[in-house]
Design a binder for this molecule. Structure first.
Ligand code: BGC
Length: 254
């Protein structure tokens, strides 16, 4: 396995922390991913320990660039927001923390940004010119903006205030589950309004929908009456890991 074309990605989420070595020429996993459940008390120390375990689970990628996603704003390695994770993350220098936990340099970036990097290189946004908006629908709503293949990091369009509410509290797939909405109800009552507002503000050329629920895109995308072409992500739940690995390998370019 050539180290140059291998990256290691770790994706930190509210329910699981997942990692896998990635073939950067194809965007595919080189080995089955390892998933560890996110602890209830997911503070920096607890998560760093798991990140260390996952990194050492793949000795074949010990020298590969290591990228790690975080479900919040990350500026120069420092976490600025943590809407759905322990509040003690805010202000944490995650780059230093994970470097110490793994004994190697790391790149830390927002989870939706990582997914968009992966979709732009290998998936639904590959080669698409202009403005691509990626949204990930999960516990929250993540967003990423890619302009002619370059990421504009840390957009937080999941937190737009729409009709007096934080958008993700009504339109995420977490809200769909909490309120036991059918796919059609969720699409017509919530997603439709969300994407209408977003397209009127950003005028993207393409919207890519990621997150676990994008596997069921055929159940909700047809109910959206919006002007922008909207397609499901093609990498689905591997996108965070793949994008993190790629971003680490190409730090400074993506
Ligand atoms: C966070 C984003 C994150 C998204 C998906 C939101 O609540 O603010 O930074 O990308 O959830 O995890």
């Amino acid at each position: 396995m050539s180290q140059l074309s291998t990256g290691l990605g770790i994706d930190i989420g509210g329910s699981g922390i997942k990692g896998a070595p990635v073939d950067l020429t194809t965007g595919e996993f080189l080995r089955e991913r390892l998933k560890v459940l996110t602890p209830r008390h997911a503070d920096p120390a607890a998560v760093a320990e798991i990140v260390g375990e996952i990194a050492s689970h793949f000795p074949e990628a010990a020298k590969a660039p290591l990228g790690i996603t975080f479900p919040g704003v990350v500026q120069a390695g420092v976490v600025r927001t943590a809407a759905n994770l322990h509040k003690s993350w805010v202000g944490t220098d995650a780059r230093t923390l994970f470097t110490e936990a793994t004994g190697r340099p790391v790149r830390v970036l927002n989870d939706a940004d990582a997914a968009a990097v992966a979709e732009s290189r290998y998936g639904a946004a590959k080669g698409v010119p202009g403005v691509v908006l990626m949204t990930t629908l999960g516990t929250g709503i993540g967003s990423a903006l890619v302009v002619n293949g370059r990421l504009v990091p840390n957009t937080e369009f999941g937190h737009l205030e729409i009709d007096g509410h934080d958008a993700e509290s009504r339109a995420s797939s977490g809200a769909k589950e909490r309120e036991e909405l059918s796919y059609q109800e969720w699409a017509t009552d919530r997603l439709h309004r969300y994407y209408r507002v977003v397209e009127d503000l950003l005028w993207p050329d393409l919207i890519v929908v990621g997150g676990g629920v994008s596997r069921k895109a055929h159940k909700f995308l047809p109910h959206l009456d919006i002007r922008t072409p909207i397609v499901p992500a093609t990498l689905q739940n591997t996108a965070g890991i793949v994008g993190a690995a790629l971003a680490a390998a190409e730090a400074g370019t993506v």
